[in-house]
Design a protein around this ligand. Structure first.
Ligand code: PLP
Length: 430
């Protein structure tokens, strides 16, 4: 060995022995500018969305039902979305919240009924159950961040009607464990895949496995017109009921009054339908790019000693919205977050959802007016929310942090994410 190769080998050994100094301790950061994920859908807006909007302006008919179903943008979107979800029917509505409300009405959920939902999800899941007059019953999440199938069964009572299977932050709910529980107890399954549009579960599209599915198409979701939502189902009767509910209880067909019940107006307009049609054509591109970027990061950090990733029941189908790593304690997570921020690869706690049972207004059962049907039954009066109904959910969420992904991240962006995790993780996860 000559002098030069000896020195190079010695340098390599010492680099291994004493890792790079963390930026939080005065070392050079991995990146100069913070790595930041944006809202995905709008980043892909181009002439296609503009053309759709121009069409609607030209036609001067932005109300969907003034257009024949053969040309209505909303109807075209519905057909394409049903095809994407492998369902017979899709109904476009104004938001994910509206879609949940329609789905619960379709499932005949009302006063006296109970609906099981994860303790960590978006307000809309809880709020629409309350609006239906039914009683929300929380179940714990597990280390997939989705409802823990093992925590469902003991929450079932004779009043339970529906399980809300929510696929949170790009990770499909474990339907092969949830569906048999529902079947055994004669319950309906409502899939909420608002945060996982573009993901799949063991080759099956989300929304196609339960009795009815919904997704939001709001700005922070995979594809968007700013606002929007959809209900999907294979059941003609559920579709008809959801349709009625979204159109004041009528049906835009002869004989529409026959099965009337009072509904609301959640109809989508043609501008929204047009933008969503353009976005849907890009869904595979957007979801494919997010997934590919997440794969690069997963591949780059594989084998890190002590690495605990969020559990993925079906990794190939995951959307890859965030690379979530678990720590032993929340203070260890805190040290990781601080060190990652200094490297300019910031991480966030699991977000986009809320631990609902500990929201003070929910714990106190606040409703539009007092004496709300949800809390007037013996069960409704007796049920207690708050920390005691979901200690594991609170614990899990306090220990995880993730780098959020973006379809437009470059290979150098994902390489920086890998470099920062490889640099920081060994230093904090002792
Ligand atoms: C965003 C979201 C909703 C509500 O959708 P909006 O379009 O904002 O009304 C419902 N459920 C989940 C899981 C969500 O993430």
């Amino acid at each position: 060995m000559n002098r030069r190769t000896f020195l190079a080998a010695a340098a390599a050994v010492s680099a291994q022995a004493s890792p790079e100094k963390l930026a939080s301790e005065g070392g050079a950061p991995v990146r100069r500018q913070p790595l930041k994920a944006k809202n995905w859908g709008p980043e892909f807006y181009d002439g296609q969305e503009r053309q759709q909007l121009d069409d609607v302006v030209e036609a001067r008919n932005p109300f969907r039902f003034s257009n024949p179903a053969s040309t209505s943008k909303v109807a075209l979107f519905e057909r394409a979305y049903a095809a994407y979800c492998h369902t017979q029917y899709a109904l476009a509505v104004t938001s994910g919240t509206a879609a949940l409300h329609c789905a619960l009405a379709a499932l005949e959920v009302g006063p006296g009924d109970e609906v099981i939902l994860p303790a960590w999800t978006w307000y809309s899941c809880y709020n629409t159950i309350i609006q239906a007059g039914a009683l929300p019953v929380f179940a714990e999440i597990d280390d997939s961040f989705n409802i823990d199938p093992d925590d469902i069964e003991h929450r079932i009572t004779p009043q339970t009607k529906v399980i809300m299977a929510v696929s949170l932050q790009g990770n499909p709910a474990d339907m092969d464990r949830i569906l048999p529980i529902a079947r055994r107890h004669g319950l309906k399954v409502l899939e909420d895949f608002s945060q996982s549009v573009g993901a799949s579960y063991k080759g099956r599209p989300l929304g196609s496995m339960g009795d009815i599915g919904i997704s939001s198409l709001q700005q922070s979701k995979t594809i968007t017109a700013g606002e929007g939502g959809a209900v999907v189902t294979n059941d003609a009767r559920l579709y008809e009921r959801a349709f009625r509910f979204h159109d004041v209880g009528l049906l835009q067909t002869p004989g529409g009054h026959r099965n009337f019940f009072p509904g609301l107006n959640y109809r989508m307009n043609e501008f929204t339908g047009g933008v969503l049609l353009a976005q849907l054509r890009k869904l595979d591109t957007i979801a494919g790019a997010v997934r590919a970027n997440a794969r690069r990061v997963y591949d780059g950090i594989r084998g890190l000693p002590g690495l605990q990733l969020r559990r993925l029941p079906h990794p190939e189908g995951e959307l890859g919205s965030g690379i979530f790593i678990g720590f032993k304690t929340s203070s260890e997570r805190q040290r990781y977050a601080e060190a990652m921020r200094a490297e300019n690869v910031p991480v966030s706690s699991p977000g986009g959802s809320v631990v609902l049972p500990i929201v003070p207004e929910i714990e106190n059962k606040v409703t539009v007016v007092p004496h709300w049907p949800s809390f007037e039954t013996a069960r409704g009066k007796a049920i207690r929310y708050g920390r005691d109904c979901c200690p594991r959910t609170i614990d899990i969420l306090s220990r995880y942090a993730g780098v959020m992904m973006d379809p437009k991240f470059t290979p150098s962006d994902t390489a920086d994410a890998v470099a920062a995790i490889r640099k920081v993780h060994p230093a904090v996860a002792g």
